[in-house]
Structure formats: C-alpha cells, structure tokens
Design a binder for this molecule. Sequence first.
Ligand SMILES: [Zn+2]
Length: 476
Amino acid sequence: MALRLYNSRTRSLEELTPLVPGKVGIYVCGMTPSSNPHLGHARTFLTFDVLRRHLQSKGLAVTYVQNVTDIDDKIIDRARADGVSWDMVVDRFLGEYEACAKRLGLRTPDVEPRATREIPAIVEIIAGLIARRAAYESGDGVYFAVESDPRYGELSGQKIEDLRTGVRMEVREDKRNPLDFALWKKAKPGEPSWPSQWGEGRPGWHIECSAMARRYLGDQIDIHGGAADLIFPHHENEVAQTESFTGKHPMAEIWMHAGLLMVDGQKMSKSLNNFIPLKELLDRHSTAAVRYLFLQTGYRKPTNFTEEAIDAAAKGLRGLYQELDDLRKLPASDRLPPAAEFDAFLDDDLNTGGALAWLQTQVREARRSRQGSAVAVLERCLEILGLPPTAAAADLERKLGAGQLSDEARAALTKIAGDSVSTDTALIERVIALRNVARVSRDFATSDALRNALTRAGISVKDTPAGSEWTFDVER
Ligand SMILES: [Zn+2]
C-alpha cells in the first residue's frame, strides 16, 4: 500500500509518489545550536526518524538530510553574553543535541550540512536571484524582493496584502518593502563573517536551507519537513528563493510539519518557566518511554507533555515488554499476526498512535493464543517505531546514554578490573561483578571499597534481590 501524508502545501492527504522511482529524498530543518535542545526538538526529529524507518522498511532508498544552522543572530548574541566565540556556542549545544539524539535512537542523517561550510552554494543562489531581479543589494545586505514572486504566501495560505499590514519594519534594515527578507547580512564590526561579492558577511537563515536542500537533493525534492512553527516565514521564504532561482515548481512535493509541543497544557517557553531541556528529561526518564509517549499522539496534533503522561507511557511500554518476554518463552507456532495492518496504520499519514495500539493488542492476543512465532513479526514493528526489542535493551540504552566515564574514572576502574575490558559498560559490569563476589564471601571491606570507587566514578549502585542495578548519576 502506498504511503499517504498530509501535505501542508495543498492542505490535503496525498499519496507519496517519489520523483525517482524507488528513491525518496527528505530534507528536514535541523538545529540552530544557540541554546539547550528541548523537548520540542525531540518531537520533531522523532517524527521524521519514524518516517524514514517506515520508508526504508518498504524497500525505498531514503536520503535524509538534516541541516545545522550554525550561524545566526541568536548564536552571536549567546557568544557575546557568555564571553566565548560563536563556534564554541555551536560546539556546546550541537554536542548536547547529538548526545540526546543518540540516546533517543534517532538514526544519524545521511548528510548533516552546516551553513558556514556551504557558503559557495549559498552565494551562487543569491547571485542568481539578483540576476533574475528577484533580489537586490542595499546598504546593509542583500534582500529578496517578495513582490517579484507571484506565488509568495501560497504555502502558508496568506496574501501579500494581508501580510504587509501585520509586519513591523525593523529600523536597522535597509530594504524596499517591509516583507523583503535578508539573503546576505553585511558584517558589523566584531561579527563573524565570510567573503562574498557583496563584501564580508553571513547568510540569512532561509537561504541556507534553500542552498543545502538543493545541493544535496536537487532542484525539486520529495519531502520537506520541519516543525509547524517554521511554515511562516522560514518555509515560505525558502520556497520563494528556490523556485525563483530554479524556475521549477514545486520545490517540494510534500511539505510535512510536526505539531507543536505543549507542557502542562501551555506552550513551552522560557518566559513561562516550563522550558524542559531534553537532556534533563532523558536523565530522568527512559528514552524508550519518551519515544513511546510521542508516538502515542499523531505527529500533527499538539502533544501535551506532563509528568503523568510520561509515567503512563513508561507503564504502557513495560507492559508491552512483559507480554513480549512471556511470548518468547512459548514454542514456535504457525499463526502470525497480520503485520500488513501495522504497515497500514503508518501508511495512513504516519498514524503511530494506531500502530502502537495495534501492537499492544497483537502481543496480548499472540500470548493468549500461544503464537510463539509472533515475536519476530512484533520485533520488526518495534524496530520501525525505533523502540528497543526488550526492556533490558531499553534499559541498557539509558545506562549507555546517561554519560560516559571520564578519563580519570575509567583509569581508576581499570586499575580494579584489569585492562581486558574495552567498553565503559563492560568495565562497570566487571567492577560490580567483583563487588558481588566480595559480598557473597562476606568481605564487606572490599565490597564497600568497590562501591566507593564506583561512586567516585559517578555510578550509583542499587542492590536488589535480583542483583545489583547501576546507573550513571544524573548530575554528572
Ligand atoms: Zn530550514
């Protein structure tokens, strides 16, 4: 069955028909690393992660491009406020995002272009737009002339006349029409800059995405995605730039937008004091439960995040794993769950909520009717949703993700365990095993010394009847 997606451009459900049969190009607007990645980022990128997995499971060759806007006013402001260089701000917050993405099980993009490394591709389009009279140079930069594009406003469903009344002219900008937007910003003293025929400066935000999408996926692409709050002005402007330059319409067959994230029923914002950094959330909760929570809601609807909701998601996931574990103990059988039904949910505009509910029902049904062979089918479904196959695997992801040993801690633990273990996890498990031996032989002095060594390395150990559990301390 073919995949149908809601296309923001046509405001209707449409079947995905790849421009090149068998291949799908997806461009998703990525991070602007000027502050901590938050829960909203997780929601958007999880949506496109599942889209990508689903398309790949259908045998399509997907090229997934997710950019990094690594220069921008907010990055410059942040660098000034923190007294560091702009690229240190980028390294810090991009590093934080990448660590979180890994923990969430987001597959790495095929291409992760960075705006500052794509200046020639950006300059090429700006020069072309000037040559086509769709852009002009002024005192402080190069601007796109909105009135040159008869389609401007189509994506967001707005008319130029209506937009003009709502826009406030930034006094410092030197442009002909208040709606015109910057393609190139000439550098002010002390700002980071790159050379161009219009002098030293930096690209505007929108042109970066036009250039990167075109460079890696071509003049026209299958799916362009991002968060819903990017439709205007970012995506509207991107369309105007790309289509004015290439003369081809549409720039993207399908525009797909992930809904916003609410926290306790309100929009997440720093001013409301309900801003949840992603890292903090992942330190407190199982990453698989976070994924499960977002998948329960359709990607287009606003998701309301509450502590109760994440706890309920964790409980739902635990139940699923428990049933699966029981199912694994059953002998092989002839009957298999109708997996096509699972695919049909995802084909229906990525109905992950329906797919999860189906999974829960099927795993219970398979266990009740003793269909041991159903496990493989259900594990494939989990894989497409990006959920680990077992509770233990989900737990291990959490342990691995929460942190890594510092060089100092690794050296201290290696001294105890010997250097035959290579990974941090194996090293920690080895020290815990030694401690268990000490406990069993009632050598409490050694047992306590080993626990202290683990504590110094940032590892908490909890002794349970089933053995010792360990986690990285959250505050590390
Ligand atoms: Zn973008």
